[in-house]
Design a protein around this ligand. Structure first.
Ligand code: MG
Length: 457
């Protein structure tokens, strides 16, 4: 049952699954018709990443939208943030990005945006889901059936113009940085080289920029999946290396030695740059490093913590009118002055601007950050054990500060533990951070031993 649910998930985050047996073209069409019914007659923007099922599902989605009486604007293969910004700036009723983000290539999904180009919030998602389950769809009459038009150039321009308003473009261009890029043959394969080369004057050494080919590596850009980028940076002597996920919202960064730096540190560097120029606080998820607190404190700002997930971070950012936010380990920077969405292009531009401003290398910039040691991992369990496992954790540390908004986070002055259950599988996700490496290792080991004990009891 859990396995099947994992293969197709229709829920608050939209619709996601393994294409073919589970996520069928019929289902995508019906879901798009429900979406068209919900947002109403008018223009709806549809774009996608590069996975093989993209064109098929895009036709299904267009079909459902047309049946509901919408006009379809096809923007082709584009990063998700580019699609969101175009939705917001084009007077469209909403938008759909066909992408399973960092999930493997056999998956696909529909990401849904309202007229302001924001991810549907929990209320909108609930309403849409009701409409979908009731199959209460609008059927356009013959006279009402709209058409599909294409706009392949304006979205990129709008996105890049918005990002570059917040950095000193001439200062970056003057440095003629040599940049290594791994775009995983995803949506960034068509947009990132022009962004770096034509807009920012960089020299670019790129791998995996063929949108017609499959993903050549694990799609999620993490330190352990980016060996080819490290090698590229070392071989070419690049100043910096960038890696994206298939829909171009996540970013990972390699320094000039080819070492892929921790995504929490990337977020910290970008937060530091943003707070220098803008008022407002910072919002990050519970698993993001305390390094962000140190940076915010240095600027006299506050850090708000949310459950894991972009939608959760975005909702809180709106409430507190944040300057910047993100999810460290997920490689996400959310900068509302560009758009309230995760955006790798903002991250790249801010980092290059910082390098140009300070004259420092990426490793020098990173070394100046407060040092924390982190370890992420997971523990599997039999269904029915979750309560006992979490209770054991509570009992082990009775007197520590806690946060229960997403699993359990235990917070000490110089360390924290965050344990949360997966939504889809019987897995506990563990995260431990401490300012001392030996302490972090022993805390992590203690956690594993505690759970092993409970499972063996
Ligand atoms: Mg993504």
């Amino acid at each position: 049952m859990a396995r099947r649910e994992h293969l197709l998930k229709i829920g608050v985050s939209g619709i996601r699954g393994v294409v073919g047996e589970f996520l069928t073209p019929q289902l995508a069409c019906a879901f798009a018709q429900a979406f068209g019914t919900y947002v109403g007659q008018g223009r709806v923007v549809v774009g996608r990443d590069t996975r093989a099922s993209g064109p098929m599902l895009q036709h299904s989605v267009a079909c459902g939208l047309l049946a509901a009486g919408c006009q379809v604007i096809d923007v082709g293969v584009l990063p998700t943030p580019t699609i969101q910004i175009y939705v917001a700036s084009s007077g469209a009723r909403g938008g759909i990005a066909i992408t399973a983000s960092h999930n493997p290539s056999e998956y696909n999904a529909l990401k849904l945006f309202g007229s302001s180009g924001l991810i549907f919030n929990s209320y909108e998602r609930g309403e849409l889901l009701d409409l979908f389950h009731q199959s209460d769809f609008r059927q356009a009459s013959n006279e009402e059936i709209g058409s599909v038009t294409c706009d392949f150039d304006a979205p990129k321009r709008r996105h890049f113009e918005r990002v570059l308003r917040h950095v000193d473009v001439e200062r970056i261009r003057a440095r003629r940085f040599l940049v290594g890029l791994d775009a995983v043959n995803g949506a960034g394969a068509v947009t990132t080289v022009p962004f770096l080369r034509d807009w920012l004057g960089c020299r670019v050494e790129a791998i995996n920029v063929d949108p017609t080919r499959p993903f050549p590596r694990v799609a999620e850009p993490r330190p352990d999946t980016l060996g080819d980028l490290s090698e590229l940076v070392r071989r070419t002597g690049a100043d910096v290396g960038f890696a994206q996920d298939p829909d171009g919202d996540r970013l990972a960064v390699a320094d000039e030695t080819g070492r892929v730096i921790d995504n929490d540190d990337v977020l910290a560097l970008v937060v530091d740059a943003a707070l220098e120029n803008l008022p407002g606080d910072v919002v990050v998820n519970l698993t993001t490093s305390a390094v962000v607190n140190d940076i915010a404190r240095a600027h006299g700002r506050k850090v708000y913590r949310t459950p894991v997930g972009e939608a959760n971070v975005v909702e809180t950012m709106q409430v507190v009118n944040a300057a910047i936010g993100g999810e460290g380990s997920n490689g996400g920077v959310i900068f509302p002055a560009v758009h309230m969405c995760r955006d790798s292009y903002t991250g790249m531009a801010f980092l290059l601007d910082r390098m140009a401003q300070t004259g420092e290398t990426v490793s020098e910039l990173t070394r100046r950050l407060p040092r924390y040691y982190r370890k992420l991992g997971k523990v599997t369990y039999e269904h029915g054990m979750l309560g006992a496992l979490m209770q054991a954790l509570e009992d082990r540390f009775p007197d520590v500060e806690t946060d229960r908004s997403d699993g359990l986070k235990l917070i000490w002055p110089d360390a924290w533990i965050h344990v949360r259950a997966s939504n889809t599988e019987p897995i506990l996700r563990l995260a431990v951070e401490a300012s001392d490496e030996a302490r972090m290792e022993s805390m992590y080991k203690g956690l594993e031993e505690l759970f092993a004990e409970v499972k063996g009891a």
